[in-house]
Ligand binder design. Structure first.
Ligand SMILES: Nc1ncnc2c1ncn2[C@@H]1O[C@H](COP(=O)(O)OP(=O)(O)O)[C@@H](O)[C@H]1O
Ligand SMILES: N[C@@H](CCOP(=O)(O)O)C(=O)O
Length: 320
């Protein structure tokens, strides 16, 4: 459960008086998520999400996320909007943390996606990339290749407490990526964390894309690699689902397209995506405070994905 900051109900009720959002009826900490504290609010007006920003979200980046979701929403993407208070302010402080009131979207996150659902997610990612064209905001990806080196350095000797030999494996992979990263591919604003828990669905229909707090400017096809690494394996990373991968890529290609250069670079992008989540999970595994109400995510589930990507044929990753 991700609630790092506990906010008493009276404080949330008082916070709501800044908005035309009704009075608080109930507030529940949300079990999913690992980055921020999220509450589902029921008010006399309806449902809202209250997010308090923690850990990796820099308050200075919030205007980028707010403007991006405005831009995407205006172009038909199903993304939640940040709600302004009566003075038009969307970024607030609550319990000593930056906080925002956010539109609630319906839908559920699938845990075992079908190929049809994977195809819909690929299509939604492509639509998001199309809608993001023309967005003028820029945000550096702190979790890029240099960022992975930094994170690996911070984990240091602790890697081998997670699994013997993990430190060497990470160092070897970083060296491979340094030599093969396709840095000349087209760059754009990307989501960078489009896991199934960040896609709301009803049946095979996508009803919302959420959690843009890693969104940034980076290689556009890397977003497809991240999404594939999240959607096309069993949760523990031990089984690759070729049918989901083919459907996901097909959905993306039909809605946005993938150039020959992006196809050639795709395997390196997938290896980078797997390493990125291995590293953040390893860092969190080592550093999560004992009293945090959060379920740590298993770094080794992404080591297994990395091993798969390192030995796969480039064609099978693209569903050929
Ligand atoms: N706008 C929203 N509408 C509906 N549910 C949401 C919304 N935002 C977040 N949630 C719920 O809260 C959970 C955690 O949100 P998320 O943004 O993924 O947290 P974190 O940033 O901590 O990873 C989601 O899995 C979803 O269940
Ligand atoms: N998707 C990442 C962790 C970020 O969590 P989210 O709750 O923001 O999706 C992972 O699985 O390691």
């Amino acid at each position: 459960m991700a609630v790092y900051t506990h906010v008493p109900a009276e404080e949330i009720d008082a916070f709501l008086t800044r908005y035309d959002a009704g009075r608080l009826v109930s507030a529940k900490g949300i079990a999913e998520g690992v980055e921020n504290s999220n509450y589902l609010l029921e008010t006399t007006n309806g449902r809202y999400i209250l997010t308090l920003y923690e850990k990796r979200v820099d308050e200075a980046d919030l205007p980028f996320f707010i403007d991006l979701l405005d831009h995407l929403g205006e172009r038909g993407c199903l993304v939640p909007r940040f709600i302004p208070d009566r003075t038009g302010k969307r970024l607030q402080q609550l319990s000593g943390r930056p906080a925002c009131l956010i539109e609630f979207l319906t839908g559920i996150s699938v845990t075992e996606p079908t190929p049809a659902q994977a195809k819909a997610a690929g299509a939604a990612l492509g639509q998001m990339h199309r809608a993001a064209e023309g967005f003028s905001g820029q945000r550096r990806n702190a979790l890029d290749l240099p960022g992975w080196h930094d994170l690996a350095g911070k984990c240091g000797d602790h890697f081998d407490e997670i699994a013997p030999g993990l430190g060497d494996r990470v160092a070897q992979e970083l060296a491979w990526l340094d030599a093969h990263w396709p840095s000349d591919l087209p760059r754009a604003v990307i989501h960078a964390d489009l896991f199934p828990d960040n896609v709301l669905m009803l049946g095979d229909q996508v009803t919302g894309l959420i959690d843009f707090y890693f969104s940034c400017t980076d290689i556009r096809a890397y977003d497809l690699a991240v999404t594939q690494s999240a959607w096309c394996f069993s949760n523990d990373g031990s089984a690759w689902h070729a049918d989901r991968a083919a459907a996901l890529v097909q959905g993306y290609v039909e809605s946005f397209g993938l150039s020959d250069a992006e196809r050639r670079g795709f395997q390196a992008l997938c290896r980078g995506a797997a390493l990125r989540f291995l590293l953040t999970r390893a860092y969190d595994w080592i550093n999560t405070p004992a009293d945090a109400l959060v379920t740590r995510k298993d770094p080794l589930a992404f080591l297994r994905r990395l091993d798969f990507y390192a030995s796969a044929s480039p064609a099978e990753l693209l569903g050929a």
